[in-house]
Write a protein that binds this ligand. Structure first.
Ligand SMILES: Cc1cc2nc3c(=O)[nH]c(=O)nc-3n(C[C@H](O)[C@H](O)[C@H](O)COP(=O)(O)O)c2cc1C
Length: 312
C-alpha cells in the first residue's frame, strides 16, 4: 500500500510538520509513505501556458497511490489558491469515477462492436482505469488565528480533491498554530492528533469506499462530517458536499436533520456522481449551435477594453 502526502504550506512549516507526523505514524503501520510539496510544483494559468506544468505528474502520483493525506495552511479563511489551481489542473472529468467508468464501458462496447464510440462529454483520450481503485483520504488544516471562523473554508476546500475520485475520508482535523516556522511542533496534542489521523488512514487503505470508517469528530453533516451549512430556500444544504437536510429546533437550539434521501445528494455518494453525469449529458444535448452562439456573443466580443500586464 502506498500513501502520498501533499504539504501545502511553507517548507518545514506547521502544515508540513503535522503531515510528517501523520505519515510517520502511517509508516509504523507498514505503509510506504512519500510526500510532495505544493511549492515544488510548477502550475500554469493561461498566461504561462508555455511553461512546464506539473499537474499531470502529480495526478499520476496520486493515481499510483492508495491514499492521500493533504495538509494545508489557511490563507484568507480558505486553502491556498495554488491548491485549488492544482485541483483544477490535475483533476476534473478525467479523474471522475463515473466519467471514467462510462468511458471505459464505451471503449469496451466499441471494441466488441468494432465501431468508434465517441464520448458525448468529450472524454475520449484514454480513460485511466487507476481512477477506479479504492482510495482513502485524510485532511489536516492549520491556521494562525485562534478563532475558528478564520479557518471556516479550509477543510471544505480540501474535500474537492477527494470526492470526484470517490475517495473515502477516514479522518480530518483543524488546529490553530502558534507563530514561528513549524511552531505547531511545540503542541504535543496537535502532533498526537495528526499521528492518530495517519494511523486511521493507513489502517484502512485498500478497503472499498463504504467499508472505510470515519474516525474523526462527527460534525454536523453525516457525509463529510463538516459544519458548513447553507440555507437554500426552505431547506439546509451541506456547503461542503451538498447533502440536503432540514433545519429543526430542539429545546431552543437549531439542528439539521439529514434523511437518507437528503444524504444521497452528497457528492461523496456514487448516486450523486451518477446523477451529475446524467445531468451533464442532458445539458450537452441542449448545447446551442455554435453559429447561434457566435451570432449572440459577437456583441460582447470587443465591448470592453482588456488590460494586460506588460511582458518583456
Ligand atoms: C496570505 C496569508 C493569509 C493568511 N490568512 C489566514 C487566515 O485567514 N486564517 C488563519 O487562521 N491563518 C491565516 N494565515 C496564517 C497561516 O495559516 C499560518 O501562518 C500557517 O502556519 C501557515 O502554514 P505553514 O506554517 O505550514 O506555512 C495566513 C497566512 C498568510 C501568509
Amino acid at each position: 500500500m502506498r500513501l502520498l502526502g501533499l504539504a501545502c504550506g511553507q517548507q518545514e512549516g506547521s502544515a508540513e510538520v503535522l503531515l510528517k507526523a501523520a505519515l510517520t505514524a502511517a509508516a509504523r503501520e507498514g505503509t510506504a509513505v512519500e510526500m510532495v510539496r505544493l511549492t515544488d510544483l510548477s502550475l500554469v494559468t493561461a498566461a504561462t501556458a508555455d511553461a512546464r506544468d506539473d499537474a499531470a505528474w502529480f495526478c499520476d502520483q496520486l493515481l499510483d497511490a492508495d491514499g492521500v493525506i493533504v495538509s494545508s495552511p489557511t490563507y484568507t479563511r480558505s486553502a491556498p489558491g495554488a491548491l485549488k489551481l492544482l485541483i483544477d489542473r490535475a483533476f476534473g472529468p478525467r479523474t471522475d469515477v463515473v466519467f471514467v467508468r462510462e468511458a471505459l464501458a464505451r471503449r469496451e462496447h466499441g471494441r466488441a462492436e468494432q465501431e468508434e464510440t465517441r464520448s458525448p462529454l468529450g472524454l475520449d483520450t484514454a480513460p485511466d482505469p487507476r481512477v477506479l481503485k479504492p482510495r482513502v483520504a485524510g485532511f489536516i488544516a492549520v491556521g494562525g488565528c485562534p478563532s475558528p471562523h478564520w479557518r471556516t473554508l479550509t477543510l471544505p476546500t480540501l474535500h474537492a480533491l477527494a470526492f470526484p475520485l470517490h475517495m473515502a475520508v477516514a479522518d480530518q482535523m483543524e488546529v490553530p498554530t502558534p507563530g514561528g516556522l513549524g511552531g505547531i511542533a511545540t503542541d504535543p496534542v496537535a502532533v498526537a492528533r495528526a499521528e492518530r489521523l495517519g494511523g486511521a488512514v493507513a489502517r484502512q487503505l485498500g478497503l472499498p469506499h463504504d467499508e472505510v470508517r470515519f474516525l474523526g469528530e462527527p460534525g454536523t453533516c453525516p457525509m463529510c462530517h463538516l459544519d458548513l451549512i447553507v440555507l437554500r430556500g426552505d431547506h439546509a444544504e451541506c456547503g461542503t458536499c451538498g447533502a440536503e437536510g432540514r433545519f429543526v429546533v430542539v429545546d431552543g437550539a437549531v439542528r439539521v436533520d439529514f434523511s437518507p434521501t437528503g444524504t444521497a445528494s452528497s457528492v461523496h455518494t456514487l448516486t450523486e456522481l451518477d446523477a451529475h453525469y446524467r445531468e451533464l449529458l442532458g445539458t450537452a444535448a441542449l448545447e446551442p449551435d455554435p453559429q447561434e452562439i457566435d451570432k449572440h456573443a459577437a456583441a460582447f466580443r470587443d465591448s470592453v477594453r482588456v488590460l494586460r500586464p506588460p511582458r518583456p
